[in-house]
Design a binder for this molecule. Structure first.
Ligand SMILES: [Mg+2]
Length: 192
């Protein structure tokens, strides 16, 4: 039997987004800025308890821009594996302006397809959780997509216009896990 996965976007799902007057909203560039959001450890524990792999799929164009060092990105990856129980991390470190086109930058599904190949994952039995439309579009190769957002109402109309409607909305990763549990529970009921 193939593996199942819950694919997780990183910034805004696992760790908090940051704000700086000059930079605007930005993501952690090193461990000093990496703040794990409340409930994330428990959520990942539950994901794994349900038998899913927990795999991070993240755009990190800061590497292409030059403000994120590859060593610092690696330290965050290692931390997520060691301390949060993440099974694997796939980063896209490209940006069209600096490194040309690639197949992995979300909204493309390349990171998920690569993980599926390397970890023998059944995408039709897997989930994608993210906080941006690009996550939802990339996750369309999965069974279900869940958007983690506290501003979902304002986004709904725009999402429909973009044909990027997620299957579900959740407030945070723990909320997303509850939805996955419910969806899987219903599926099992149908099988009985
Ligand atoms: Mg994000």
């Amino acid at each position: 039997m193939k593996n199942r996965a819950v694919f997780l976007d990183r910034d805004g799902v696992i760790n908090s987004l940051l704000y700086h007057d000059d930079k605007g909203i930005y993501s952690a560039s090193d461990m000093g800025e990496f703040e794990v959001l409340e409930g994330v450890r428990e959520a990942i524990h539950e994901i794994k308890g349900m038998g899913f792999l927990a795999i991070v799929v993240s755009n990190q164009p800061g590497v292409a821009f030059g403000y994120i060092k590859k060593e610092d990105l690696k330290k965050i990856d290692e931390y997520m594996r060691r301390e949060l129980g993440i099974d694997a991390v796939y980063n896209c470190v490209h940006h069209p302006k600096y490194t040309g086109d690639c197949d992995c930058r979300k909204p493309k599904s390349g990171l998920l397809l690569k993980a599926a190949d390397e970890y023998d994952i059944d995408l039709d039995a897997s989930y994608m959780v993210g906080d941006l439309l690009s996550d939802i579009l990339a996750g369309k190769v999965c069974k279900k997509t869940i958007m983690v957002s506290k501003v979902n109402c304002a986004l709904c109309k725009f999402i429909q216009e973009k044909d990027a409607e997620p299957d579900f909305f959740a407030e945070d990763l723990l909320g997303a896990v509850k939805i996955i549990k419910k969806t899987e529970g219903k599926q099992n009921e149908n099988l009985c």
